[in-house]
Structure formats: structure tokens, C-alpha cells
Design a protein around this ligand. Structure first.
Ligand SMILES: [Zn+2]
Length: 375
């Protein structure tokens, strides 16, 4: 599946002209429907040729790229059933890569001087890789969920905790035993948290879901160090004895969806709080200006829609009219298929953060690192 490192690698690809094809294609879950796939790709190629305000030299998707895509679909589509696949080809650069994505995205084909990555960023944000810890008093399991893949690690057993037979005792004796179990369990939660911290350090921060009995969730949460607590996305109640990795993913999925949605609202609110503030840019024109001054710290973009525009070949200024963004004029303006993509890539290049929301304020909005200089 896709990661930010993959996006950065793709952003390093650059052609002299608009000869890099990016194709986002839904592969049906039913193998019987695969026959229609090359025709669907062909339809998207036709639309791609029309994208952009008629950049000279863009005559459509070259036959070599069409052939490369058809060959990839013929040999690999069966591995991608039920997924949107991102395909990048450029015959001149020897580029031919395909990545299945963890969630369904709008189909599109884009011809540009580099790979079109906005849908990849949307996929990473909307269907993130995440971790699930399921713990009871004796055991803990760590699940790493990436798309529909679930990797399982059983963490070491809590040492010294006796079998459930003890809980049948009565009175003070039973109370003492329970106390002992609780203390040992707490010890085991600490150990589990330490192992989880290790995983987070090795693999980077990811949203964390905790599953198990209500009381063990609360006890485990209580011992989580601050860093991991910040990654906590939510929990689900389940009997660990009955769980399978597939069931864990089923139960954790909605928890992650809620978390993604809450996070989107939180990000939008950060900008909504200062709608006319000097550290906010709302709407395309304001975001183009902010990108030109390398001022964007956080950019909120929609998942869909391509907004054709222009980039200056000399200074890189972005604009919705030819030559509108700088003094170099229309002669230096090069058509680009999507200004939102250009702003997003500029933001990443400046070390900013790009997040895809269902409905960002004013269609596109940014939080700025410093106030814009007035032209
Ligand atoms: Zn310029």
C-alpha cells in the first residue's frame, strides 16, 4: 500500500513535457467484470486529453503508455480486485508503476510533467494504516492494519498471572488473589505499552485502537505514555477469546472512520476560527497567493475536481489566467492540469502539511505560517 515516502519518491519524477500519465482506476471486486477494464481506462484517457486549457503539444495519451497500461491490467488486475489502483507511466522516463490503494477514489487520468499525487494523499489521510492492541489480563496482541492486510504479533504473556480458576474463591482470600492479578496485569499493561512504543518508534506514529473488555481497555489506557495517548483513536469492546484478525479489522474499521471524520472537523475548525484572519487563506485565489509566498503551513483540499490553470516557466508562479501570477507574462505561462495539485505539491515542498477533507472551507483553505506580504 501507499505511504508518504512513496509520494515523495513519485514527486522526484519529472519530465520535460506533459508526458507522465497518472491513471486512477477502480478495479471491480468481481473477476467477471475485469473484461471491461481496458475500455474503462480508454474512456479515462479520452477525458485526460481534454484536461487542461489546451496545453500545446498535449495530443492525448501516447500509444506506448496505453499499451503499458493494458499490459499491466492484463497481468495484475486480479491482484487488485475491489481496489482503486494508481498507475504511473512515462515511456520516455522508463516509468511504469502501479499501486493498489486502500480506499475507493474518484477515477481520473492526468497527463502532466510529473505524477499527479493528490488522490494518493487523499488515500493516506482517509484510509490510514493503524495499530490495534487487544489485551486481557494475561495476553496482548498487536495488529498492524494496512488496507485489507492485517499482520498479527502476539506479545509475550504476563508472567505469573494464574489461571481463571482462582476467581472462584470466596471472601478475603479471593479479594487478595484478585488484587494480585490486577497488580500483575498492570505490570503486563506497562510491558505491552513499552512494546507498543517500540513499534511506534520503528514504524512511525499511527492511529491506535484498543480492543478488549471495557475494564481492561480503561486499565490499559491508564498506563499509556503521553506519546501513545496522543495516537489513541478509540476503542471497541469485544471478548478477546472470540477475536480473529479479520474480526479485529471489522471492529476497528468504524473506530478509524470516526477518528478520520473528527480529525477533519478539527482541522477545518482551526481555519474556521479565524475566517478573515491574516494567518488564514480561504478560496483558490488566496491559496495561490499564499503558495507563491511559501507561506502555507496547513493546506485543506477537496478529494475531487481538477482546476486547470497555469504555471510560470521562469518563476513557478501559479495562476488561473495565463501570465496572471507574475511579471513574466503569458508567453512564459505553461498550462497545468490541476492548480490544487500544484498548491498541494508546493506546500509539501515547503515542509507544510496537506490534508484532504470532504468539504474544506471555501473549497480550499490554508493556515499560514506568516502573514502575506501585500503586492
Ligand atoms: Zn514568472
Amino acid at each position: 500500500m501507499i505511504s508518504r515516502a512513496d509520494v515523495d519518491k513519485l514527486l522526484g519524477v519529472r519530465a520535460a513535457g506533459p508526458s507522465v500519465l497518472s491513471l486512477y482506476l477502480w478495479v471491480p471486486a468481481d473477476p467477471a467484470e475485469l473484461r471491461g477494464l481496458p475500455a474503462r481506462a480508454g474512456e479515462l484517457f479520452t477525458l485526460a486529453a481534454r484536461d487542461g486549457p489546451g496545453a500545446p503539444g498535449v495530443a492525448g495519451v501516447p500509444e506506448e503508455d496505453r499499451r503499458a497500461v493494458r499490459a499491466m491490467l492484463a497481468s495484475r488486475a486480479r491482484d487488485w480486485l475491489g481496489h482503486t489502483v494508481a498507475v504511473f507511466t512515462c515511456a520516455g522516463l522508463g516509468l511504469a508503476e502501479a499501486v493498489p490503494l486502500p480506499c475507493r477514489l474518484q477515477e481520473r487520468a492526468v497527463l502532466a510533467t510529473r505524477p499527479h499525487v493528490r488522490p494518493l494523499l487523499a488515500a493516506i489521510g482517509r484510509c490510514p494504516a493503524y495499530r490495534v492492541v487487544v489485551a486481557d489480563r494475561r495476553h496482548a496482541w498487536l495488529f498492524a492494519v494496512t488496507g485489507d492486510q492485517v499482520a498479527t504479533t502476539a506479545l509475550p504473556d504476563a508472567a505469573g498471572v494464574r489461571s481463571h480458576g482462582f476467581s472462584g474463591w470466596y471472601g478475603l482470600q479471593a479479594y487478595r488473589v484478585d488484587q494480585r492479578i490486577i497488580q500483575l496485569a498492570r505490570h503486563h499493561y506497562h510491558d505491552t505499552a513499552a512494546l507498543l512504543e517500540h513499534a511506534a518508534r520503528a514504524g512511525g506514529p499511527q492511529p491506535l485502537v484498543i480492543g478488549g473488555h471495557q475494564d481492561t481497555i480503561a486499565q490499559f489506557l491508564a498506563v499509556l505514555p503521553a506519546g501513545l495517548r496522543g495516537q489513541f483513536a478509540g476503542s471497541f469492546a469485544a471478548d478477546p477469546d472470540t477475536l480473529t484478525p479479520a474480526r479485529v479489522r471489522e471492529l476497528a474499521g468504524p473506530v478509524i472512520e470516526d477518528w478520520v471524520s473528527r480529525r477533519g472537523q478539527h482541522l477545518a475548525a482551526q481555519i474556521g476560527q479565524h475566517p478573515s484572519g491574516e494567518l488564514t487563506a480561504t478560496g483558490l485565489a488566496a491559496c495561490l497567493a499564499a503558495a507563491g509566498q511559501h507561506a502555507i503551513g496547513l493546506l485543506l483540499v477537496p478529494a475531487g475536481g481538477l482546476v486547470p490553470g497555469y504555471a510560470c516557466q521562469h518563476c513557478g508562479a501559479l495562476s488561473s489566467t495565463p501570465g496572471g501570477g507574475c511579471p513574466h507574462g503569458a508567453a512564459a505561462a505553461l498550462a497545468v492540469p490541476d492548480l490544487i495539485e500544484e498548491i498541494a505539491v508546493a506546500t509539501l515542498g515547503d515542509g507544510g502539511q496537506v490534508e484532504t477533507l470532504r468539504d474544506p472551507p471555501a473549497g480550499i483553505a490554508a493556515r499560514l505560517r506568516f502573514p502575506l506580504a501585500q503586492p
